[in-house]
Ligand binder design. Structure first.
Ligand code: GN1
Ligand code: MG
Length: 383
């Protein structure tokens, strides 16, 4: 998994797209490159119907069948809550010719077919109805927008609060177990860098390696809260602002997307990811970490929006939210750092050094969150 994903040939994408019931042969495919993990394409069908076709990254999601069971359960449950209309407020899977909501393509010639190399259509695919007339954001542009996004994630958790058992499958085990993310970093650092490039990467990252060590004491905070009885519930687990669809006209936060890591977790995971992505104005990919500083007005909007959407939250859970902001930001910094040191094998990059830049943004934000932690706690307490 060291190679970067090549752009898949259009005919391979269309070959996969044809297998879904879009009402006739697909006519065009356009790649969306915003996600770090899966491959995503907008597929035009006959008439005005369009689908979002995705190839699941099997290096990251090693049990795609179980993942799709989760997605089916979530989309069905949310549809039950919202009713038959409201199709722009929820994700809808488009059935495939297999009678399922996914297909698996394995061509004989591409034996290993792990869904990342080659130009063939090998891999696991699924398609959602495309929600039209929406915009997405990679950075927060106003307090109002942050309020709406946070409220939407809070409501999402609320809709899943009575998901019938069993709990969702853990699509990535220990996903937000921050201490395991440190273990992974330790493992890379224990080895000698292999080759000149790896040595350069390590040298470039020395300040960030020190920053990780300096903040390590935070890593266990949420696990400690869990040990004290803070409950697990179904959470989204990737609550960044870019996973919210806003109505193009009204700006309303219509729908939260990216259900692949929705699974049992702490409310603080989601609140933390929101603080990480919405409580400041910096782009995750910014080359200027100085831009990443918590903005108390945005944080207040986030806290109010989330608490308004997540009315089921207990006092105990509420007490963990600010720790969530610190821990999730630290965790993401460590994940980007580890991937930089490993040679960018996990998060999609467009240029060398990008994961290190991303790590720097997270550490800069973390410093400011730590410095303002007292203010943040007062804001969450005020509701
Ligand atoms: C990844 O694929 P994408 O962009 O939705 C990652 C998240 C990170 C996020 C950082 C499965 O999400 O955990 O927080 O990048 N997803 C996975 O932007 O690792
Ligand atoms: Mg995601």
């Amino acid at each position: 998994m060291t190679e970067q994903r090549p752009t898949l040939a259009t005919d391979a994408v269309l070959e996969a797209a044809t297998r879904f019931e879009l009402g006739g042969a697909p006519t065009a495919a356009r790649e969306l490159r915003s996600g770090h993990i899966n491959d995503s394409y907008v597929i035009s069908g006959p008439g005005r119907r369009r689908g979002l076709l995705q190839r699941i990254n099997e290096h990251v999601f090693t049990r795609p069948r179980r993942l799709m069971e989760n997605v089916e359960r979530i989309t069905r449950h949310v549809a039950g809550k919202l009713g038959p209309g409201n199709r722009r407020r929820r994700l809808t899977l488009i059935p495939a010719d297999s009678g399922r909501t996914w297909i698996e393509i394995r061509s004989a010639s591409e034996g290993s077919g792990r869904g990342r190399g080659g130009h063939g259509a090998d891999g696991w695919w699924r398609m959602y109805e495309l929600i039209e007339d929406v915009t997405t954001r990679v950075t927060a542009s106003s307090a109002d927008q942050v309020f709406r996004a946070a409220q939407a994630f809070g409501r999402f958790q609320g809709m899943l609060a009575d998901l019938p058992p069993p709990p969702l499958f853990e699509t990535i085990p220990r996903f937000h177990e921050t201490s395991s993310r440190f273990d992974a970093l330790d493992e890379v650092l224990r080895g000698e860098p292999e080759g000149r490039q790896a040595a350069t990467r390590r040298r470039q990252a020395e300040p960030e390696i020190r920053a990780a060590a300096a903040h390590r004491h935070l890593a266990g905070r949420l696990m400690e809260a869990e040990a004290r009885g803070v409950p697990r519930r179904t959470v989204h687990n990737d609550c960044k602002i870019s996973n919210v669809l806003f109505d193009r006209q009204s700006g309303e936060a219509l729908c939260v997307v990216d259900l692949d890591t929705a699974m049992p977790g702490l409310a603080a995971f989601d609140f933390g990811d929101m603080a990480r992505s919405m409580a400041h104005g910096a782009h995750e990919d910014s080359r200027d970490p100085g831009e990443a500083e918590v903005d108390l007005e945005l944080f207040r909007a986030l806290s109010r929006g989330y608490l308004d959407g997540a009315r089921f939250l207990s006092a105990k859970e509420r007490e963990t939210l600010v720790d969530g902001a610190l821990v999730l930001t630290l965790e993401q910094a460590v994940r980007f750092l580890t991937d930089h040191l490993r040679g960018d094998v996990y998060f999609r990059v467009e240029r060398p050094g990008q994961n290190l830049d991303r790590c720097r943004v997270q550490f800069a934000l973390l410093e400011s969150l730590v410095a303002r932690a007292g203010d943040l706690r007062r804001i969450v307490d005020a509701g």
